[in-house]
Every structure is written in C-alpha cells, then in structure tokens.
Design a protein around this ligand. Sequence first.
Ligand SMILES: [Zn+2]
Length: 362
Amino acid sequence: MTFFSASYSDARAKFKLAANRVGASVESVPVSQGLEVDIASLGEPDLPTLIVTSGLHGVEAFFGSAVQIATLASLHQAANENTAFGDCRLVLVHGLNPYGFAHIRRVDENNIDLNRNFPESEQQYQGAAAAYKALNGFLNPPSQPSRFEPYKLKAAATIVRYGLPALREAIACGQYQYPKGIFYGGIEPSTATRFVMSHCENWVGSASNVAHIDLHTGLGEFGRYKILVNEEPGADGLSWHAKTFGERSLGYLRNNDKTAYAVSGAMGVWLQNRFNDRRYHFAGAEFGTYDPVRIIGAIRAENRAHHYAVAGSKIHDRAKAELLECFCPANEAWREQTLMSAKKIITSAMHGLLKSSREATR
Ligand SMILES: [Zn+2]
C-alpha cells in the first residue's frame, strides 16, 4: 500500500484505518465548512509527548499525511517488538487546514496563510513589508492565469530589479494588506487557528516535556530537509534541537541579520508561548521540492485561478495540479527519500524526548 493519498477523504480513511490498527484513539473535529481534522493519540497523557502535525498549509498535507500514516504503519509492524514508543505519548494531528487539503490550496477558506495568522501582538494584523508592496503587482495580477504569460521572464526581471532578498522577505513575512494576495495573514485568528488554540491543551496533556514536529514542504533542495526553528542562531532553547537532529540540519526562521521585517503569526511561536511553563521543543520539518521561482509561480497561478477562473475549467485544474506537484511531487524517488527522512526525524525526536526526560528526573 502506498502511504500517499489521492484526496483529502482518501487520506482520512487511510489515516483512521492505520490508527485503529495500532489501537490509537481517534477523534474527528469539524473545523471549517464541515470538514474535519482527525487526531490519533497513543499513550497516557502524563508521558513525555511527541506531537506531529501536518497540513497547516493545506496542500502540504498530501505529504504530511503520508508521513503520519507511515508512522502508524511502522508502529503496527513493531507492535510485537520492544519499541521505545511505549515510554512516550504520540499525538498525530492530521491536516490542520482541512479546507486547503480538500480544495488543494495552501491557504484556508478566507485565503489565509495559517502560519501567519496566530495572534502575537495587537499591531500584527496590519500592513505589509515594503518589499511586498513593491512586488504586489507581480505577485497578484487581478486576472486568471494564462499559459502564454512569460512568467519566468517576469520573475527574472523582478529579481534583477528588486533582488532575490526582497522577494524572499516578501514571502517570509507574509502580509495583512491584500486579502486576495498570496501569503495573506488575515485580520483575526481564523477557524483553523482557533481550533489549534482551543485543542492544543488536549494534545499536550499533563506532559512536562513535549516535542512537536510540524511537517511542511516546498522550501529547500529537492528531497532534502531542514529542521526550522523559531529561535535565533545560538539561542539557549536550541541545544535540544542540535543534539536531537544534528546542528547541520537546523535552519533559522528568525535570523535578525537577514530579515528587516520580522515574521509574525507563526503557530510554533504561539504554542511555545502558550506552554512556556514546560519544555516545549517545537520544530518545523521542511522538505524541499522545486526551485523557488517555480514554487512562487505555482502559488501565484493557483491563487489567480482560485479568484478569477471558473472552478473546474482547464485553467483552474492545471493550476491545482501544478500546486500539488510543487508541494508533493509525484516522483517516486522523492517520495521514498522524504518519507525515510521524516521517519528518521520522528524517531530522533522521540529518542531526544525520552533522553531529556530521563536527564530531568535524574
Ligand atoms: Zn508550509
């Protein structure tokens, strides 16, 4: 059986089946437009807890779901062996953005990038980085995509004119000014954000030691991964990550020398603040697919198709197919390699969690 699924409903069926086979308890919670998020958990709530979330960026759940199903399948396989999972609790949250998962979008039903939508400060839901404002015309043409548009040439000209760092900044920071634009962070916590805010306590339970892996795709080299952290390089909280995943696999979302306009609204930052009374080791596991110009092109075209093309038209479907390919490539070697790496990351996180729990009780 392949762990990858063809649709949101196919993925849910496989996930629930795999969870039932290992005796996990499964809860399904309606989040937006009647679409549900499934949560599988195994183990007592006071044990050190490993949380694995997928699909905060809708379409990225096609990969994250496969990782979660593969994790459950390997637990099933190892059920009769002596596995370390018995000493820790495992919580798998399947498809945090069910609308984006079901409709093949990165964003939710209000065009919101959920990883820019978690409340951080009162000024947060306003404005856009200067770089984004300058690039808005290029990023968000108010028309349906066209096969004949010389997108790559336009992208190259934009990069020559503004520089790649400006493009990176516009993307990394998100924006709160153009509701139909890409990387829009909304004006208040969205339905899926509120779902995380109100349910995270159940996932964390009474554990004092928590590791959280949030699965993402689309950034980095094809088939490779980075463990992205919210802390700045060298921060105190990072020794666990460095020991657990290896210094070389770490990547930094907040590198103050490089970003003038701080990233805001990230889920991990919100969770770390919410659970600052415990050790909450949060990491985004980001798996690379294609080059950034292609990725931006796919996000841009799908966004234009969503707002300006007829649903079900050729133009619309082509944009969806390219978005899916960009965030979950069909390439067998990519799928095999990334699944293997993701399983390794999850195993390392579990061992790191158990090790730090033992050290704390010594
Ligand atoms: Zn993502």
